[in-house]
Design a protein around this ligand. Structure first.
Ligand SMILES: Cc1ncc(C[n+]2csc(CCOP(=O)(O)OP(=O)(O)O)c2C)c(N)n1
Ligand SMILES: [Mg+2]
Length: 330
């Protein structure tokens, strides 16, 4: 827990840590993919590569007492918020050392100390949960913020609209961030959604909204700063649409054969890691040598963590009954 908090403060106070954490997320997911392919991870996995800038921007601005409700595609936001690669990988591999004791798995990451609410596989599930958290902050007169992070496909679901409506009429301190990565499962957005720019959906709820380049940490931070300031000062909710791209398939071994030719390559030329790398090279914060050294250090560190986690104990069968509460009317 303390480790999560110190990793989180690094990302709030040090711009180079943004880059290092993005490298960590990318390499972590490369290894998760390899472990899944070799049968060491059961169930499924949803990679977020291509979308790391958004996770970093969020983690670098929110406070530890703010909360984030995210989805099954949440390895990146969990690591960005401060969870250690060991605790996330252990959770994905069903080990007792995982952030949920190994009984939650890849889609149910959480850590209260840095505000990560349990992530959810239910599309749209995080939005009313974030609105509920925001309502509790408002009632308790706390200047805390709740953020819901979700995909483009999720804006077609009822809970999105119900929650946006309520958040707007009650001026809740909640931020809705849609990572529009162009796909929902195996369908391109044009096959499922009649509009291209999803942020205009907020118009129906008289909610401030904007679209931003989801590949640039700096641009995302500017939009987020405005939304956080609005929420903390009683100005109510904001909807931000981050234009990004899912470099991997939807899940498991999906090779995404349904993509138009050249689309992936075109988005990869604006890989968020490359974008930040170039900005830091221009400002003299990084050189070719320091980039190579950081990449090598990250690969070595993640490889060591993979070894450690493989040797970690599994939970006991009885552990599934821990952390369960039963209400009583008597
Ligand atoms: C309530 C509900 N309905 C359907 C599904 C099946 N489902 C899983 S992923 C997905 C697509 C979601 O797309 P998007 O919101 O764009 O998120 P992305 O996978 O791109 O991150 C659907 C429909 C689900 N998990 N929950
Ligand atoms: Mg999507």
């Amino acid at each position: 827990m303390t480790n999560s908090i110190s990793r989180r403060s690094e990302i709030r106070s040090n711009e180079l840590a943004w880059y290092e954490r993005m490298l960590e997320i990318r390499e972590f997911e490369n290894q998760v993919n390899a472990l899944f392919a070799s049968g060491s991870i059961r169930g499924t996995t949803h990679l977020c590569n291509g979308q790391e800038a958004l996770d970093i921007a969020i983690a670098s601005l929110l406070r530890n007492d703010d909360v984030v409700a995210a989805t099954y595609r949440s390895h990146g936001i969990a690591l960005a918020l401060g969870l250690t690669p060991h605790s996330v990988l252990a959770e994905i591999m069903g080990k007792a050392t995982g952030c949920a004791g190994g009984v939650g798995g890849s889609m149910h990451l959480c850590d209260k100390s840095v505000g990560l609410l349990p992530t959810s596989a239910i599309i749209g599930g995080g939005m009313p949960i974030a609105a509920g958290a925001a309502l509790s902050f408002q009632i308790r007169k706390q200047d805390r913020v709740a953020l819901a992070l979700f995909g483009d496909g999720s804006t077609n679901i009822g809970s999105f609209h119900e929650s946006m409506n309520l958040a707007s009429i009650w001026k809740l301190p909640v931020i809705y961030i849609c990572d529009n990565n162009v796909y929902g499962e195996y369908s391109r957005i044009n096959l499922t959604t009649p509009i291209e720019d999803l942020h205009i959906r907020a118009e129906s709820y008289a909610m401030p909204h904007e679209k931003v380049d989801g590949m640039s940490v700096y641009t995302l931070r500017e939009a987020l700063e405005r939304a956080i300031e609005r929420a903390r000062s009683g100005g109510g909710p904001t909807f931000i649409e981050a234009k990004t791209y899912r470099f991997a398939g939807h899940s498991r071994a999906d090779q995404a054969p349904y993509r138009p030719v050249g689309e992936l390559e075109s988005w990869k030329s604006r890989d968020p890691i490359l974008v930040l790398e170039n900005q830091f090279k221009e400002s003299g914060k990084l050189t070719e040598d320091s980039i190579a050294a950081k990449k090598m250090e990250t690969e070595k560190r993640i490889a060591e963590i993979v070894q450690e986690v493989q040797n970690d104990p599994e939970p006991l069968v009885g552990d599934i009954f821990k952390n369960i509460w039963a209400g009583s009317r008597s």
